[in-house]
Design a protein around this ligand. Structure first.
Ligand code: SAM
Length: 232
């Protein structure tokens, strides 16, 4: 059994099939829309970036291209090892085995914190929000990127897979906590049809995945997300 830090939210897509999740990460956002949207709100050039729930560290090298220091935090031990291997040649990057609720960082030590499809899903993530308030410096910002379940075929497939999910409650939660939002219209573009199908099968319940595959011709699909942020 891998070591998993307390407080981790089960993430079967990347925990069980990190190699398929890697195909998903390679397919998502070929236009770099997510990074451009965050950068326009708060640059991380020369600063310290924290990637919470960094998984296999897919996004860490891109942050390291501009930031002075990049810290990945990830509760799943096997993924921590993969992230460290990915970033072995990058002196600015460090990866810690920890969860969002208990960040191994001093107060006011981060300029830009980012969580992509990780832990900050709405109600229940209050302990992580308190940690963000503690570690992000004045003048810094925190970003949360997540699927927008209210939009498109992807949102419909997600809602069928997680029927208890309430878009209304999630939006009310972020409003209450004073976060802002903007739609993020991402795409997934695959090189091979088999990769697209494998990714849909790790994201959705089996029947929903088969329907999603049938409804998705070709190599591309729309992936409606939302970017949430708060300045500190
Ligand atoms: C869907 S993956 C996304 C990984 C990465 N952000 C990426 O874009 O490739 C979600 C990640 O969140 C991590 N996670 C789960 N619970 C967490 C928590 N309490 N604090 C921080 N990360 C968590 C999981 O272990 C998993 O690696």
């Amino acid at each position: 059994m891998p070591r998993i830090a307390k407080g981790a939210v089960p993430s079967p897509n990347i925990w069980n099939t990190p190699q398929v999740y890697e195909l998903e990460n390679r397919a998502v956002d070929p236009d770099g829309a997510a990074d451009a949207a965050m950068r326009a709100l708060r640059s991380w050039a020369g600063g310290t970036v924290l990637d919470i729930g960094c998984g296999t560290g897919y996004h860490l090298p891109a942050f390291a291209a501009e930031a002075a220091r990049v810290i990945g935090v990830e509760p799943h031990g096997d993924l921590v090892a993969l992230a460290r291997r990915r970033c072995a040649g990058l002196a600015a990057v460090e990866v810690h085995a920890a969860a969002a609720q208990d960040l191994p960082l001093p107060d006011a030590s981060v300029d830009v914190a980012v969580a992509r499809w990780a832990y900050f899903f709405g109600p229940g993530c209050e302990p992580g929000l308190r940690e963000l308030s503690r570690v992000v410096r004045r003048g810094g910002a925190a970003f949360v990127i997540d699927l927008d379940a209210s939009r498109g075929a992807f949102g419909r497939w997600f809602s069928r897979t997680v029927p208890g999910y309430s878009v209304r409650e999630v939006e009310a939660f972020w409003d209450r906590h004073g976060w802002q939002r903007q739609p993020l219209d991402l795409r997934m573009v695959f090189e091979r049809r088999a990769d697209l199908e494998a990714v849909l099968r790790i994201e959705f319940a089996p029947k929903v995945a088969e329907q999603a595959i049938a409804e998705t011709p070709g190599l591309e699909l729309a992936y409606p997300n939302v970017l949430r942020w708060r300045h500190f």
